[in-house]
Design a protein around this ligand. Structure first.
Ligand SMILES: C[S@@+](CC[C@H](N)C(=O)[O-])C[C@H]1O[C@@H](n2cnc3c(N)ncnc32)[C@H](O)[C@@H]1O
Length: 510
C-alpha cells in the first residue's frame, strides 16, 4: 500500500486515541472462549499479557488492577500516549503494568513469553510490515497454549463504509490541520446525508446511517478511522491465510454467539450447518455484510474442537446481562416466561431454577458447578448445562473463566473501584469491574464516586451532596429532572438511586 500525505506517521501524538476497556479482550474472557473450544488456556489469575498498540493503556491498566498477580506490558509508537498512560498508572499505584514506547516491528523475544497477546484496533490501520510483525509477535511470543487477539476491519461490510472514507479523504486532501480535516469531513457527511438524491434507496440509507453513527463518535475516531492513510479491510479468508502463513491458527471470534448459524432463517441455517467452520464463518460474513472482527489465534499445535459438549462450561462462571422478571409460569411450574430486557425468554424446569438463582444474585457471577450442584440426576444436570451454553450462544447470558469479583449489594460503606476513582481525576470515562467503560455524565455521580472510598456511609454521602448544593457547587434533580424539597429525604433518595445504578454497573468493589 502506498503511503500518502493525508496524515503523517506521528498522528497519534497529534490526535491521541483515548481508547477504553474492551471486555472481549480481558484474559478471563479469552480463557473462557478457549475453554469452549476445548483449549486449556492459561490461568488468567497468574498470566503474562502483552498489548500491541496500547495507546494510553486504558485497556490493560484496569485489567492489571483486576488481576494483581498477573503481569502486563503495553507497547505503542506514540511517545506522548505512553508517557500520559504511565503517569496515570503511577498515579493509580498500579505495580504490575508497564507501557513502553516501542514499534511493533521492533518487538523481540527479549520481552519474554506471553499467555495472552492483545492487538485491538491496530491491524487494519498499519502498513503491511507492521501487520506481519503483529502475527510474528504471536508466533514468537505466545506460550504453548496462549491466545492472541487481533481485531480488524472486514469485507464485504467495510466496502460500504469505504465509500464514505474515500469521499471524505478526497474532500480534505488539501487541508493542513487535523481540526480542519475533521470538521470538513463531518460537514461533507452531513451535506451528503441531507442532500443525496439518487434512484438508489440503499445509497441514501447508507449516508443517513453513517452520518447518524459518526455524530455520536469523537473527532479522534473520524480522524483515525476515515482520514488515516492506512485502512485495509480484508475478507476473513484472507486474514486466515495470513494467520496460517505466520504459523498460527484461527481459534474463534471473541463473541462466540456470532459463530452460530441459527441466527439466520431456518433455510440458511440448514445450508450452513454442514459447511466447515472456516468457510461457514466467511459465508456468514457475506450474509451479515460484516465490518469488523475480533479473532482469537493460537499456535498450530493447539487442538481446537467446535463440538462444544455441554460439560465444557462446568468450570466457568455465568451471569445475566440484565434483570429477568417472571411474566408467567404454567400451573405445574414446568414452563416459565421471563421478561428479559424487552424480549421474552421461556425456560423449562430445572433450568428455570438456575435463572431464578442468577436473578437473585444479579448482577453478579455464579459458578456453573455450584449453580447446578443440587441437580442430582446426571442427565438433567447435563441438560441444564446445555441450556446455559445455548443461552450464551444466543447472547442471553455472559460466561467467564475467572471473573473479577464485585459487590452486588449496597454495603454500609460503598466503595468505588480503585481504577475508576483515579480515572475521574483525568476525565469522565471510568472502567467497571466487568471491564467496560462508563461515562460519568452527571456532576452528582462524580461527587458521590469521589467520596465512595470506603469511609462514608449512604447517610454521609447524602450529606456530601447537601453540603455541595448549599455551598453552590452543585445542582441536583430527581430522576424526573425535578427538585421538590431539598430535604434529607430528597438527598437520601438520590444517593440510593445512584448507588443502585453503580451496583448494576459493577462499579463497586465493596
Ligand atoms: C486506533 S489506536 C488503538 C488503540 C487501542 N488499542 C484501542 O483500541 O483503544 C492504534 C494505536 O496503535 C499504535 N500504533 C500504530 N502503529 C504502531 C506501531 N508500528 N507500533 C506500535 N504502535 C503502533 C498507535 O500509536 C495507536 O495508539
Amino acid at each position: 500500500m502506498t503511503k500518502d500525505t493525508t496524515t503523517t506517521s506521528n498522528d497519534y501524538d497529534t490526535v491521541p486515541y483515548p481508547g477504553g476497556a474492551f471486555p472481549g479482550t480481558h484474559p478471563s474472557h479469552l480463557a473462557m472462549v478457549g475453554r469452549l473450544c476445548q483449549v486449556e488456556t492459561p490461568e488468567p489469575k497468574n498470566c503474562r499479557v502483552l498489548e500491541l498498540g496500547c495507546a494510553v493503556g486504558a485497556n490493560i491498566a484496569p485489567m492489571a488492577i483486576s488481576l494483581p498477580d498477573s503481569e502486563f506490558v503495553g507497547i505503542d509508537l506514540s511517545a506522548k500516549q505512553v508517557e500520559y498512560g504511565n503517569q496515570m498508572i503511577k498515579d493509580a499505584g498500579i505495580k504490575n503494568v508497564e507501557l513502553k514506547h516501542l514499534d511493533i516491528t521492533e518487538v523481540t523475544p527479549d520481552l519474554g513469553k506471553f499467555d495472552y497477546i492483545i492487538c485491538h484496533g491496530v491491524y487494519s490501520w498499519v502498513p503491511a510490515n507492521v501487520q506481519e510483525a503483529i502475527l510474528k509477535a504471536g508466533k514468537e511470543l505466545l506460550t504453548d497454549k496462549g491466545i492472541q487477539y487481533v481485531s480488524y476491519n472486514t469485507l464485504p461490510g467495510w466496502n460500504l463504509r469505504g465509500v464514505i472514507r474515500d469521499m471524505m479523504r478526497y474532500h480534505v486532501q488539501h487541508l493542513e490541520t487535523p481540526e480542519e480535516k475533521i470538521a470538513q469531513a463531518r460537514g461533507l457527511l452531513e451535506f451528503l446525508s441531507k442532500s443525496v438524491k439518487t434512484g438508489s434507496e440503499a445509497y441514501a440509507t447508507l449516508m443517513k446511517d453513517e452520518a447518524e453513527l459518526l455524530r455520536k463518535r469523537g473527532d479522534y475516531y473520524i480522524y483515525h478511522e476515515h482520514l488515516e492513510a492506512e485502512n485495509e479491510p480484508l475478507y476473513f479468508h484472507q486474514f486466515v491465510d495470513r494467520v496460517d502463513k505466520a504459523g498460527l491458527r484461527y481459534v474463534a471470534d471473541t463473541a462466540v454467539s456470532t459463530m452460530v448459524a441459527q441466527m439466520f432463517d431456518d433455510d440458511a441455517a440448514e445450508i450452513l450447518r454442514d459447511v466447515p467452520v472456516l468457510q461457514r464463518e466467511q459465508y456468514m460474513d457475506f450474509l451479515r455484510a460484516r465490518m469488523f472482527r475480533c479473532s482469537l489465534l493460537a499456535h498450530q499445535t493447539v487442538d481446537v474442537s467446535y463440538r462444544m459438549h455441554p460439560s465444557v462450561i462446568e468450570p466457568l462462571h455465568v451471569r445475566l446481562h440484565q434483570p429477568a422478571f417472571i411474566e408467567q409460569s404454567n400451573e405445574d411450574q414446568s414452563m416459565t416466561t421471563w421478561q428479559y430486557g424487552g424480549q421474552k425468554w421461556t425456560t423449562a424446569a430445572p433450568f428455570t431454577g438456575v435463572i431464578e438463582k442468577l436473578q437473585r444474585g444479579f448482577p453478579g457471577w455464579a459458578s456453573v458447578k455450584e449453580l447446578t450442584a443440587d441437580i442430582e440426576d446426571a442427565e438433567l444436570r447435563q441438560s441444564v448445562m446445555e441450556s446455559l451454553l445455548m443461552s450464551h450462544m444466543q447472547g442471553l447470558v455472559a460466561l467467564s473463566y475467572s471473573p473479577v469479583d464485585f459487590c452486588t449489594k449496597v454495603s454500609d460503606a460503598p466503595t468505588c473501584n480503585e481504577m475508576a476513582r483515579t480515572q475521574l481525576k483525568y476525565g469522565n470515562k471510568v472502567t467497571t469491574l466487568l471491564h467496560s467503560d462508563y461515562f460519568v455524565a452527571q456532576p452528582q455521580q462524580r461527587l458521590l464516586l469521589e467520596h465512595m472510598d470506603g469511609t462514608n456511609s449512604s447517610e454521609q454521602l447524602a450529606k456530601v451532596l447537601a453540603d455541595a448544593v448549599n455551598q453552590g457547587h452543585l445542582q441536583v434533580s430527581d430522576k424526573d429532572g425535578k427538585v421538590e424539597n431539598l430535604d434529607d429525604d430528597f438527598y437520601t433518595s438520590i444517593v440510593n438511586r445512584e448507588l443502585e445504578r453503580f451496583v448494576a454497573l459493577a462499579m463497586l468493589a465493596g
